[in-house]
Each structure stands twice: as structure tokens, then as C-alpha cells.
Design a protein around this ligand. Structure first.
Ligand SMILES: *Cc1c(COP(=O)(O)O)cnc(C)c1O
Length: 815
């Protein structure tokens, strides 16, 4: 976009206080991740949940001088104000105007699952065919969609945008802003179904997006969808894809057997290899092919692009570097938009100094002078200490960069210069086009090489949280349980991420865990579920909130409050016993409890209980009984207290199975890590944890020889055996040795043979072609999944995760 304040006022009927002629090219809505203040306005978005106006101050501190807000706050000086009636409607009006005046081809993607992955795939396939703009992350809502549309600029020829709804009547508003020429409807699933009368109503709502589309591409396996689209949109070009052969686009051969799959597209056939054969991936591949065909990409190119997809690891990863550096590696592709995303990501870290490695931008047909001018302006605003430019193109413009700037012909030359390895205590962003292979710099800068790692995908956690939120009322708060080091994954890293995404509460088991979070800067309210009696002073000193489950604890804790000199009402959380028989006050204690509480200078912040069997359909009657007891006892206590604390009882499977009992808050644990006992829900969640290692050695073991301690495995023919460097000291239980458990290599299961050793184990790889030393081994993630791995161990996923030894390096990934 490119508007003056006056243009904006005219388009949206807003009022200006200040400079009418000021130019606005970006709108920032999150004051924490403003990467550029130049021509940037900050919008204070007010929703029913939150007022963005409290963040105006921090935006102004960052140097923003245009604020869009529903109210004028004259205490901030030298600011141009665009005063709007309703911040969300403002965004929508502006985005509508901007979209309608931008002449680009547009693809609009809606559906329950697969929107983001399809958008990213399409983008990967198309960005070097046409200048393409896409929604960032999964920005697809009433606010996310307008912000995405506002990113369109003159040079873009194609826009790929996601559109998401969760309630009736939302699509009409979105379609009014954005009417894509090509509409794509992915799978319709159960997400948000709870907010609709029926599946039919959900479908009717989603397909409203295509009201003005010329072409509608949809998953035709759902016959209701097929019927409705054909009835409503008979005048449009309709293309259905799916597994059923009555679709226009489907798989021809038996997809479970062959290396290659053949897509039947009308009367053409397109074949390519696929490496993941789950239903969701294959269906998405059909949708991808269909949209690419519709955009006129020829078959040969489609195959080439699909082949390239698998090589792409599309993510921003943060790694611990040598010399106390943090290294952000983003070596997928490089264009202006992805550079902006990376700079935003950089702003989430607070290291005082930063450096940048940046390569030529390739494959973008624009005037290079203009392009690099814009790049250098963006870069200059970040105040990098040093900038390392790689490539002859960008090097020509080195004068434009204000930091200490160095130029190199290629990545090798930078490695040889040793410039990078001298950097200390900084955050280093590696941003380059693929052909420069700057991931080699990551190897150079990474602190320790770890063959065995536990990778934790933070974006998947966010996805899983949002999925659970989508089942709840918008006003319901959420507590994330980060006890036991966040189920073994790292409590600080996860809490910091959740705090950034506005989690309402965190729950820890013991005081030490809460203290560690506070010391590292976590400010969200933290509940300690099991405050030990010697720790009450620490609870108070670190502003933690205890669970109170008995009179003994209440009295001891209150003594500590009085001693501490704390003079306000101390927030506490009352646990009720409703059938689990672990901790809590019983029904007959409530009179005495309310009297005691009312005589103390404390505030009951919440009243809660815990379900013992919310995951078990067979225990529904018992669970309903627990819920009933909670309702009765909590209501009674509230009446006696004379004020209304928040109430909560649901854990993750409670959220999915007993949504009606959400009260004011829910407590999510394993669900945010992507695990659900319900297979339908499981499909909606993303896997968060990946336990990986590499093959140390491969041996050919002759017929009749033995493998490992105590000779527990003997070969009955010449067998290829691989050794991997994880053992029971890493948390792999010894009982899954001797062909009980498997690990994954090249997406094939390989049985563990012989006894598991302390630091190593052996696996049979006889049936895996082309396996070689150094190959990656998946202990669990997709194949085997965490759940399957837990089954080998005859335990639950919770225990598997919390048993992984601290010596296994945790790394955190954001998409
Ligand atoms: C651990 C815990 C939870 C979370 O349980 P999940 O099954 O992992 O969702 C919720 N509430 C309490 C009190 C807990 O201790």
C-alpha cells in the first residue's frame, strides 16, 4: 500500500489530527515486532478481548509517529492521529478499497484444514513465476485477512490469501473485502463445527467466499460439498479434486504401492514421486496441481516444482551459536517480504548487538537499484553492527549500507575470511537465496554439533492452542501447564513463546519452576500447583500464586503472607476435591473454608478442580458426576465468599470432550503438544516434538552372529545392522529393545535389535535400500509417532516426554 493520511481518511471516513500529507506504506499492529518505523502507522486494534490502545506507548517509544486509534491520546507529542470509529471495521474498509484497486490475480483459500500448507506450497511454486504476495503465517481472520491484503503493492501480479471463519455470518464480511478470482475449498472437517447448527450450515458459510469467483476448485470427496457447490455455482468453472474417481482430478494408480503417483487431470496425466503418503498430504498435492494448472503452469514445470518442494525446509530456526551468539537461520528463499518477516522475528529477541548476512536477491524481475535501495533502508533501520553481503549484485550497492559492511563473492569466501567466527554475544541473522547455500554458515556458527536432538516446533504449539481455543468461547481464558519443565520440552522457552502470544496463565508444579521463569523475565501470572510448605516465602517474593488445597496449607501460607508484610489481598487458587482423590477441599469443608477465607487478607483468584478421566469415553458417567460436584461445590463457595472468582476444571481432553463445562478458563497441557486420545481431534493437531539422531555406523553381520550385550539377538542370515547414539541414559526404556520398538529411517520403520545399551542401540536396517552412515534416524515424530513410541514402551505420551534425559539437546523451531 501507499497512502497519505488524507487518502486514508477519505477512504474510511476517519479524522486526522496532525500531518495530513504523511505517507503510510505499512500498518503495524503488534508493537513488539515493529521492524521498521519508516512510513509505518501503528493501529491500536480494539477487540472484545483486548484493547490495543495500551500498546500505543510502546509503539511511540519505538519511534512510530502515526497512530490509528479509536481514541486520541494527546499526551503523546508530535504524533499524527487517524481517529476511527471502529478499528476493525477501519482495517476492513481500507483493505477492501486497496484490494479492489490492485489489479492482480487472486487465489482465496478456505476450508477447515490445509489452508496454510497449501498457501505456502503455492507460494513456493509460484513466487518466481509471478511477483507474488501471500498472507503471512496463518493470517486469515477478520483482522488477519485485511492486514494481509494491505501488503499488496504495485509490483505484485498474484495474491494468495487464506480466509478463515469460526462462526456463522463471518464469511459475508470477508467476501465483501476480498473476492478471489480463483476460489479453493480444502477439506471440511470438524474444526469450529461446534459453533454451527450442522455441517451443512458450515459448508454454506464457507462457500460464500466464492460468490464472485470465476473458478472454484474444491475437494469433491465430501458429497454434500459437491452437491452444494454445483447447485449454487452452476454458472462458474468448477473443478473438483479428491480420492474418488468421479472427481475431475484424482490419483490414477494405486497410491499406496508405487514410488510415483499419477494425477489424472481431466484427460491428462501427470506423474511425480511423493515421499509422504498420508491422506492429508496427498489431497493437498491434488489441490496444488489443480491450482497450478489453472494458473497456466505447464506439466513439466509442475513436476519440477513439486519435486523441489520436498527439498525445501521452510522455517526460521533459532540456534545457540558459538561465543554466546544466537543464530537465526533463514536460508529458504529471499525476497523483500521474507526479509521483513525475518527482521520481525529478529525483534523478538533482545540481544543488544546484531549482525546480518545477506545475499543477492535472485529471481525477482525488478529494477535492482530500487530493490537494493529498499533493502538497504530496511536494513539500516535495524541498526546492525556488521553486515556481510554475498554476491556480485548486492555487493555493488554496499555503499548504501550504514553498518560496518563487508562484501564477498560467495559463501566460501565469507567462511574463509573468518569474519563471522569473531563475532561475540550477538544475534546473527542468516538470510539468503537457496543457491548461496548459506546454511553452511549455520554449521560454522552452531555452538555444538548434536547428533541427537529433541526438536520442538513452537508454531505447532501455537496451532494446537488455537485449535483448542476455536472450540471455546472467545472470552474463556487459557492456562498453559508448563509443569515438569513443560512436559520435558523446556519450560522457559515455551513460556516465553506463550507469553508473547498472550497466554492468560501459566501453571507449574513446584515453586522452583516458577522462580526460574520469573528470573528469566516471565511476567504472566503463574500458579504453583504443589507449593511445598518450606517455600511459601519464595512464592510471595516471586509473585507466584499458590494452589491451596487444605486448611493446613491455607494457614501456613497465610502466616507467611503476614510475615512478609504484603499489604494487599494475596491472590490464591482454591482446589476442590471432586472425585480424583488427590488434593482438594471436600464438600463438607466449604462452610469452614469460606469463613476462614473471609477472615483473611487474601483474594480467591480462582476455584478449580481436576478431572481424572476426561479422556475415557467409558468413564463419561463418572466425569459428569465430577462436573456436577464441581458445579455444586464451587457455586456454594462463591455464594459464601460474596464475590465471584474465575472457575476452571477442564484439561486438554476435557476441552475437547466436555466443552460445555469450560467455565471461565481451561488448562491445556498435552493438547498443546499435539496429542489427543481422540483420533478425529488428533488429525486437527500438529506434531510438536521430533526426537532425532543419526546413524553412527553400519555393519554387515554374518549369518548366526550376535548383536549387543548378552547376545540377545542372533542373525539368521547376513544382515545389515546400524548403530545409533541413543540409549537408556537418554530416556529410551530398555524394555523396548529386542524387537519390541522401532525407529524410523527414510520413513520406514526399523526394529531395535539386541539389548539397548546406556548410550547406544542397534537397529536392523536390512530392508532399507540406500541407507548409509550419517543418515537421520527418527526416534519419534511421524513414523513412529510419539503415540506409537509410547505404545512400544507400554506407557503414555506424557511419561515418554518427561523421561527424555536433559542431555538430549532441545532446539526450538518456528515456521
Ligand atoms: C497437568 C495438569 C493439567 C493438564 O493436563 P493435560 O491432560 O496434559 O491437558 C491440567 N490441570 C492440572 C491440575 C494439571 O496438573
Amino acid at each position: 500500500m501507499n497512502f497519505t493520511a488524507e487518502d486514508i481518511a477519505e477512504i474510511t471516513n476517519a479524522k486526522i489530527i496532525g500531518n495530513k500529507n504523511i505517507l503510510i506504506r505499512n500498518i503495524a499492529f503488534d508493537s513488539r515486532i515493529i521492524y521498521s518505523t519508516k512510513n509505518t502507522a501503528f493501529i491500536a486494534i480494539n477487540t472484545s478481548k483486548n484493547s490495543g490502545e495500551k500498546f500505543i506507548e510502546s509503539a511511540v517509544d519505538r519511534g512510530i509517529n502515526v497512530i490509528i486509534s479509536e481514541h486520541h491520546h494527546p499526551q503523546f507529542e508530535n504524533i499524527t492521529w487517524i481517529i476511527v470509529e471502529n478499528s476493525v471495521e477501519f482495517l476492513q474498509r481500507l483493505a477492501k478499497f486497496h484490494f479492489e484497486n490492485a489489479h492482480l490475480k487472486s487465489v482465496g483459500i478456505t476450508g477447515s484444514n490445509g489452508k496454510t500448507i497449501l498457501k505456502e506450497w503455492l507460494y513456493q511454486c509460484l513466487w518466481n513465476e509471478f511477483p507474488t504476495v501471500k498472507s503471512p503465517k496463518s493470517f486469515n481472520s477478520q483482522i488477519g485477512l485485511p492486514l494481509s491484503l494491505l501488503q499488496i503493492n504495485n509490483s505484485h501480479r498474484l495474491g494468495i490469501f487464506e480466509v478463515g471463519i469460526s462462526k456463522p455470518n463471518e464469511m459475508e464480511k470477508l467476501e465483501n473485502i476480498f473476492h478471489p478470482q480463483i476460489g479453493l475449498l480444502t477439506h471440511i472437517g470438524t474444526a469450529h463445527l461446534a459453533n454451527f447448527q450442522s455441517e451443512e450450515e458450515l459448508i454454506d458459510e464457507k462457500i460464500k467466499l466464492f460468490k464472485h469467483s470465476e473458478t472454484v476448485i474444491y475437494n469433491g470427496d465430501n458429497s454434500l460439498v459437491d452437491k452444494k457447490i454445483k447447485a449454487l455455482y452452476s454458472g462458474k468453472k468448477l473443478i473438483s479434486y479428491g480420492f474418488k474417481e468421479d472427481n475431475e482430478v484424482y490419483f490414477k494408480n494405486n497410491i499406496s504401492k508405487n514410488e510415483e503417483v499419477t494425477v489424472h487431470y481431466f484427460d491428462e496425466e501427470i506423474s511425480f514421486p511423493v515421499h509422504q503418503r498420508d491422506e492429508a498430504t496427498l489431497t493437498n498435492a491434488l489441490a496444488l496441481v489443480t491450482v497450478l494448472k489453472e494458473l497456466g503452469i505447464d506439466n513439466e514445470k509442475i513436476i519440477e516444482k513439486i519435486n523441489a518442494l520436498k527439498a525445501v525446509e521452510m522455517r526460521l530456526e533459532a540456534i545457540e551459536g558459538i561465543k554466546n551468539n544466537i543464530v537465526i537461520n533463514d536460508s529458504f528463499n529471499l525476497d523483500l517480504d521474507s526479509l521483513k518477516t525475518a527482521l520481525q522475528f529478529l525483534n523478538e529477541y533482545n540481544k543488544p548487538k546484531k549482525s546480518l548476512v545477506l545475499t543477492d536477491i535472485v529471481g525477482v524481475n525488478s529494477n535492482s537499484k530500487e530493490l537494493y535501495e529498499e533493502v538497504s533502508e530496511l536494513v539500516n533501520e535495524q541498526k546492525f553492527d556488521s553486515v556481510f553481503l554475498i554476491g556480485d549484485e548486492i555487493s555493488k550497492f554496499s555503499e548504501l549500507f550504514k553498518a560496518k559492511t563487508f562484501t564477498f563473492i560467495n559463501t566460501q569466501e565469507l567462511i574463509e575470511s573468518k569474519n563471522l567466527t569473531e563475532i561475540e554475544n550477538q544475534i546473527i541473522l542468516l538470510k539468503g537465496a537457496r543457491k548461496f547455500e548459506i546454511e553452511r554458515l549455520k554449521d560454522l556458527l552452531e555452538l555444538r554439533k548434536h547428533d541427537t536432538v529433541l526438536e520442538i516446533n513452537l508454531n505447532a504449539i501455537l496451532h494446537n492452542i488455537n485449535y483448542h481455543k476455536s472450540l471455546l468461547k472467545p472470552s474463556t481464558k487459557m492456562m498453559a501447564m508448563v509443569k515438569a519443565n513443560s512436559y520435558g520440552l523446556g519450560s522457559y522457552e515455551i513460556s516465553e513463546f506463550l507469553q508473547h502470544h498472550h497466554i492468560d496463565y501459566l501453571g507449574v508444579a513446584f515453586v522452583d519452576e516458577g522462580v526460574e521463569l520469573r528470573k528469566k523475565g516471565i511476567t504472566v501470572p503463574i500458579v504453583v500447583m504443589n507449593p511445598e510448605q518450606h517455600s511459601y516465602e519464595t512464592v510471595i517474593a516471586y509473585n507466584l500464586e499458590p494452589e491451596i488445597y487444605s486448611f493446613r496449607v491455607l494457614e501456613l501460607f497465610y502466616e507467611a503472607v503476614q510475615k512478609s508484610g504484603y499489604d494487599k489481598k494475596y491472590p490464591i487458587h482454591i482446589k476442590l476435591e471432586t472425585g480424583m482423590h488427590r488434593l482438594g477441599f471436600k464438600g463438607n469443608e466449604l462452610d469452614q473454608l469460606s469463613e476462614t477465607l473471609n477472615s483473611m487478607n487474601v483474594k480467591v483468584q480462582s476455584i478449580f478442580s481436576h478431572l481424572s478421566s476426561s479422556d475415557l469415553p467409558d468413564e463419561k458417567e463418572f466425569t459428569l458426576h465430577q462436573l456436577e460436584t464441581f458445579e455444586k461445590n464451587s457455586s456454594y463457595l462463591i455464594e459464601k465468599l460474596g464475590y465471584t472468582p474465575i472457575r476452571h476444571i477442564l484439561n486438554s481432553s476435557g476441552i475437547t470432550n466436555y466443552t460445555n463445562h469450560q467455565y471461565d478458563m481451561v488448562r491445556i497441557g498435552i493438547g498443546m503438544l499435539g496429542e489427543s486420545p481422540n483420533s478425529e481431534i488428533q488429525k486437527q493437531l500438529r506434531s510438536v516434538v521430533s526426537f532425532k539422531t543419526v546413524i553412527s555406523q553400519i555393519s554387515t553381520v554374518e549369518n548366526g552372529e550376535s548383536v549387543g550385550y548378552s547376545r540377545r539377538f542372533k542373525t539368521d542370515h547376513q544382515t545389515k545392522i546400524a548403530t545409533i547414539p541413543v540409549g537408556y541414559a537418554d530416556g529410551i526404556p530398555r524394555l523396548i529393545g529386542n524387537q519390541v520398538g522401532n525407529v524410523g529411517i527414510h520413513k520406514t520403520l526399523a526394529p531395535i535389535v539386541g539389548s539397548i545399551c546406556m548410550d547406544m542401540m542397534m537397529i536392523n536396517v536390512d530392508h532399507i535400500p540406500n541407507v548409509k552412515e550419517g543418515d537421520t534416524v527418527t526416534v519419534f515424530n511421524a513414523k513412529p509417532s510419539l503415540k506409537e513410541f509410547a505404545d512400544y514402551c507400554k506407557t503414555i505420551t506424557y511419561e515418554v516426554l518427561t523421561s527424555i534425559s536433559p542431555r538430549v539437546k532441545r532446539i526450538y523451531i518456528k515456521d
